[in-house]
Write a protein that binds this ligand. Sequence first.
Ligand SMILES: Nc1nc2c(ncn2[C@@H]2O[C@@H]3COP(=O)(O)O[C@H]4[C@@H](O)[C@H](n5cnc6c(=O)[nH]c(N)nc65)O[C@@H]4COP(=O)(O)O[C@H]3[C@H]2O)c(=O)[nH]1
Length: 796
Amino acid sequence: MIVWEADADGCCTYLNPDAAQAFSSPRELHINDWFSHIHPEDAPAAIQSILEARRTRRQYRLEYRISCRNGSTRWISDTGAPRLDAQGKLLGYLGTLLDVTENHEVRARLMRSEIEHRLLTENARDLISYSDASNIYVYASPSHKDTLGYELHELVGTHLYDYIHPDDVAAEPPGPRSKRRGLVNIRFRHKKGHWVWLGASTRTVRDPQSGAKMGIVAIARDITTQLEAGKELARREERFRSLTTLSSDWYWETDARIRFSFFSEGIYQRLGQRTTELLGSSFEEHIADPKAAGFIVCAESVAARKPFHDLIYPVWSLTKPGDIRFLRISGEPFSEDGVFCGYRGVSRDVTHEVRTANALEQLATRDTLTKLPNRELLQRRLRQWLEERRPDAQLAVFFIDLDNFKEVNDSLGHAAGDALLKNIAARLRRCIRPSDTVARLGGDEFVVLAECRYGDTSAMRLGEKLCRALDPPAMIEGHEVRACASIGISMFPQDGETSDVLLQNADTALYRAKAAGGNCFRFYTPDMSAESRTRMMRHAALRHALDRNEFVVYYQPRVDLKTSRLTGVEALLRWTHPQLGEVSPVDFIPLAEESGLIDSITDWVLRRATQQVQEWTLRHGRPFTVSVNLSARQLRNEKILASVRQALRASGLHPGQLELELTESALMEDADTAAILLKELKRHGLRLSVDDFGTGYSSLAYLRRFPLDCLKLDRSFLLQNHSDEVSPWKLAEAVINLAHTLGLSVVAEGVESEEHLAFLRTTSCDEIQGSCISAPMPPEDMERLLCSTHSEQLLA
Ligand SMILES: Nc1nc2c(ncn2[C@@H]2O[C@@H]3COP(=O)(O)O[C@H]4[C@@H](O)[C@H](n5cnc6c(=O)[nH]c(N)nc65)O[C@@H]4COP(=O)(O)O[C@H]3[C@H]2O)c(=O)[nH]1
C-alpha cells in the first residue's frame, strides 16, 4: 500500500517508503502526473471524481486501472481525505493507493459464475430448486412453470411435502447426516391436480463447520413418458412371452454373422431341441435339402440383407437322426444405429401340413398305378418349361401308345394289364434323363418330354432308344408279353409353341406311326393336322353313332353261279352322320378298331343281321346265309364268341346260316390264336370264310390250318386287265381250282359285268357277289327283292 500526502495544489509532499520503488521522488510528482497513469478507459470518470472531491473538499474512494511502465494494467483502490486547517482552509490531501487487482479478478470471476449459474438454472429444462432446512422452498427454476404449472413466487415459502404424493414422501432420500446424492422417482402434484412423475436427484447442503442441514438442492426431470414407455415395454414383453409360449411359433435371432444367438422357449416344446444345442449354429448347418426352394430363397435374401416370408425350410431333426422336419420361417434384418446386427424372425414346425400337402399333391398329380406324373402335372411341367426356357432350347414331345395293350388286358385280365403298364413305366423312366419327364395320361398312353440339344437328331435317337426299350417281351404272370409301341413326336419350337398344340401334334404324329403298322415313331408334319382333325371329329362322332341309331346294315346278295339262286347275303355296315354325311366303312372301321369300339359295333351288326335274316327266313321260308365281317383284332380275344352266341340265341337263327368273314391278313397276324378261336367258332356250327383272298401273301396251303368253309376271291382279280402277260383271270382260275382241292367253296367278289360273269362261268367258281346282281342295299330293298319272283332266278 502506498501512503501519500499532497499539498493544496496537488503536489506530492510525502510518500511512504514502499512507494519508493514506484516513484523516484515525491517532490517531482504532481497530481496531474498521476492522472497520466490512469487507464484511458477509466481516466475521464476517475479524474472527474477526484477533482470534484477536491473542489468540494470531500473524501473520495475510487477504483480504477492504471497502466504500468512494463505495459501491464493494475487495479488501484485510491482513497483521499482532505486536510483542513482550523478555519476550514484546504491544506492538502492525505490518501492511500492500494493494488486491488487480485480482489478485482476474484470478484469478476464470481460475477461471471453467478451469471452463468443464473443462465443455467433459468434456462434449464430440468427442475432446479433449493429448499431450506425445514424443506421450505427458497428457490425454484422457471422450468417449474412448464412442467408443474407453478410460478416461482407460488412455490417460494411453501413446504416441499405439500406437493409430493404421500406414498412417495418416504422415498425422499437424504437422512439427517447423509451427504449422498439421492436418486428417487416421486409423484409431484401438478398445479392442475394430476400427478407428474419426477426423477429427482437431491443433495443436502450442510454447514461446513457444524454439519447442520442448511437446505436441499434438487434437480428433477419429468419422467412420466419414460415411465409409461418402460411400463409399455414391460407389457409388450409380457405379451410377447405369452404369445411365444402359447403359439406354435418360436422366435429367433442371429448375430451379424448369421449364427443363431437367441431362441424363445417354444422351440424346445415344438421340436424337442434344446436351444443351447442350436445357439451359434447357422441356417445352412440344419438344411436337409440344399436344393429346396425355401432354402435357396432364404440364402439369397440373407445375402442381400432382405426380409423373407413364409419359406418352407426342410431341416434335419436333431432328436430323430435321418428324419426331416419342415419349418415355415420368416425373418428380417435388424440394425442398431445403422449398423447391421443380424436377422430375427419366427419359425413354426409345419411337417404335418407339408406331408399332408405333399400327399395330396401326389394324389392330384401322380398316376396311382405307375406313380408317374399324370396329365395335369405333365401339362404344368410343359408350360413351366416353355415359360422358363433358354432362348435356343429345343424340346421333343413323345406321345407313346402301346400297340397291343388292349389284347393283353382282354386276354390276361386287368391285373396283368396293370403289371405291364408298370413294367413299361419303369422302362421309359430308364431311357430318360432326370431333368426329362415321363408321364402317363391314362390307359396305355404315355408322354415323354425331353430337352433335345441337337433338335431332330437328338429326338430321333431318343425315339429309337424308346422303341428299343419297349420292344423286348415282358414276363407278366408267367406269360411272355410283347408290348411294342407307336410313338408320335412333335418338336418345340417348329411344331408348336404352347403345351396344347405340342401335345396335340405329337398325338397326330402318333396316328401316323400307328397307321404305319406300329412299333415305330413318326415326326409330326404340318400336313398331318387336317387329317387328324377329321379323324378326331370322326372318333368323337363314332362314339355316339350306336346310341343315336346312325348305323344301318345293308345287304348284298350272293348267288349260286350254276342255279342263279340266292345263297346268302353279306351284311355291310353303313353310317350316316348328321353333319359328316355318309361315311365309308373303309374310313370308319379302322377308327373303330383303333378306339376299341369295334367290339360293340360288331356285336350290334351280329344281332341286327341275324335277327333280320331269321325274320326273312321265317317269312319267306327260304333259308340263306348271312356273312358278317370281323376285324383282325377280334381274332385275338374271345369276346367274339360271346357276341356270336348271344346273337344266335337272341335271333334263333341256325348257326349254319351265319358266316364270319375274316381277312387274309387278319388270319396271318396272329395265326395261332386265330386258329384256336376259329376252331371254337366252328364247334358252334358256324361257317367261316376268308375275305379279300389274294391281297395278302398267304399261301392256300397255309390256310389249311384254319377250319374254313369258303374263300372269297378279291375283286382285284376281276378288275385288273386280263390281257396282261400273266392274266389275273388265269390266276383266279388256278386259285379256284386249288381252293376246291382244299375243300373250300369259292365266292367271286366284285362281279360287275357280263364279261366277268361269262369268264366265271368258264371256271368252277361256286358263287358270285357284285354289282352285276346288286349293290349292297337297305333292308327294305332286300325285302322287296325277296318278295319278288325274280329272286328265284337272280341271274339272267
Ligand atoms: N368295286 C366293287 N365293289 C363292290 C362290288 N360289289 C360289292 N362291292 C363292295 O365291296 C365291299 C365288300 O366288302 P368287304 O370286302 O368285306 O370289305 C368291307 C369290309 O371289310 C368292311 N366292312 C363293311 N361292313 C363291315 C362290318 O360290319 N364289320 C367289319 N369289320 N367290316 C366291315 O368295309 C369294307 C368295305 O365295305 P363297302 O364299302 O360296303 O364295300 C363292300 C361292297 O360295297 C362290285 O361289283 N364292285
